[in-house]
Design a protein around this ligand. Structure first.
Ligand SMILES: [Zn+2]
Length: 140
């Protein structure tokens, strides 16, 4: 037979029970968030490839001219993949604001990134209409 708990031990026991309840609650919330059946934000494109092919190349209609670079093999340029992924994700986010989202996206994300990708000193600086060359990463 065990001795009855003194008031301090009773309080600690009650706190311990409450802590267990809180841990269970946090775990269930985390599990609920990980549940793939819960609604997620609706994205119009599920991959950066789908976004580039389905929206980007249609929105930025340009003929490669002097001073502008593009590479059809953009997937082989890590910087391009990173920048286009950032553009795609911000585009998906801006789509939720039907009134100003697209304008905000062009001004704040699309046009600045497009310039970095296509300028003569940008991501595709070593590529041309009929040439492709991936530059090595910066020395580290
Ligand atoms: Zn290239």
């Amino acid at each position: 037979m065990t001795a009855p708990l003194d008031p301090v031990e009773q309080k600690l026991f009650a706190v311990d029970l409450r802590l267990d309840e809180l841990e269970d609650r946090v775990k269930s919330l985390l599990d609920a968030n990980a549940n793939p059946t819960l609604p997620k934000p609706t994205w119009q494109h599920q991959t950066v490839d789908a976004w580039v092919e389905g929206w980007f190349v249609e929105a930025y209609v340009r003929s490669p001219v002097v001073g502008m670079r593009w590479c059809a093999q953009w997937r082989e340029h890590s910087e391009a993949v990173i920048r286009l992924t950032a553009m795609w994700r911000s585009w998906e986010s801006c789509q939720r604001d039907v009134d100003r989202g697209l304008s905000t996206w062009f001004a704040s994300y699309g046009d600045p990134q497009f310039y970095e990708l296509t300028s003569p000193s940008g991501t595709f600086r070593s590529c041309g209409v009929d040439s492709h060359r991936v530059l090595p990463p910066l020395p580290a």
